[in-house]
Design a protein. Structure first.
Length: 270
């Protein structure tokens, strides 16, 4: 037991109450301080743990013994006196054990919570350093975490990202800001397909072309708690830089999911 005001407050208060009860009992009829002793033991256990509470319980027994036994009309000890002391000892010890154990478990839970919070903060900071966009969705598809790369790719303001928006709101934000390299009449179908992929947890990777020339590989991973992890990996170098410059229009038409660009390209080629 580390000495400090928390550790010594319980035993000191118990000793003070016991001494005061004995002194007052010489002049005034004072009720039994046993209930007060039990309360002090509980306070000591909650403040400093089992050791302080048990020390207070022992002091309470020592202080209560002369008070209980001193009220006898005749000499000797009666069974009722011993029973009263035994009940006080049991109540004080049980209170010390209960409060001390509860305090230890609460301290352990708080320490674990602090460690988890620190780990989450480090992980969040680490994910903000990578160039892969990461979005964590809960079971109701609300964004619990959006890293810096995703915010930059889709020009998502921090106040919007930190408000835990639903995934559909993120898709509409990309549509409204013109982030996707798609004709306006195809955006509704594109958004519906992405929503369905997230809903069923489809892990099929797809490439998403952005208006600024970036290409992101989108992957949805289902999490055990019903949530989703969405990753947006930049693959512009793999997709764009391997295209022959003379056939850039043709390769872009192949990446068109609807095939409309390919049809237009073939018509021009004819």
């Amino acid at each position: 037991m580390r000495l400090g005001w928390r550790a010594i407050s319980g035993p000191a208060l118990t000793a003070a109450i016991a001494l005061l009860a004995v002194l007052l009992d010489r002049h005034l009829p004072v009720p039994s301080p046993a209930p007060l002793f039990v309360c002090i033991v509980a306070v000591a256990g909650s403040l400093s743990g089992f050791a302080s509470a048990m020390t207070s319980a022992v002091i309470a027994m020592v202080g209560a013994a002369p008070y209980v036994l001193g009220h006898r009309a005749g000499p000797g000890f009666a069974a009722a006196d011993l029973v009263a002391l035994a009940l006080l000892a049991f109540a004080a010890a049980a209170t010390a054990a209960t409060t001390g154990l509860m305090r230890e478990r609460l301290i352990g839970a708080f320490a674990s919570e602090r460690r988890n919070h620190a780990t989450a903060a480090r992980l969040s900071a680490a994910l903000d350093q990578v160039d892969i966009g990461i979005v964590l969705l809960d079971a109701e598809t609300r964004a619990e975490f959006i890293n810096r790369a995703f915010r930059d790719y889709f020009a998502l303001p921090d106040e919007v990202a930190d408000s835990k928006p639903p995934f559909i709101a993120l898709m509409y934000h990309g549509r409204d800001t013109g982030a996707f390299e798609l004709p306006e009449d195809e955006l509704g179908t594109f958004i519906a397909q992405r929503m369905e992929m997230v809903r069923i947890g489809d892990t099929t990777p797809i490439n998403i072309s952005l208006r600024n020339g970036e290409v992101l590989r989108f992957v949805c991973a289902a999490l055990p708690d019903g949530g989703r992890m969405l990753s947006y990996t930049p693959v512009t170098d793999l997709v764009r830089h391997t295209d022959a410059p003379s056939r850039a229009d043709y390769y872009r038409s192949l990446r068109d999911p609807t095939g409309r660009r390919l049809i237009r390209y073939l018509r021009v080629a004819e």
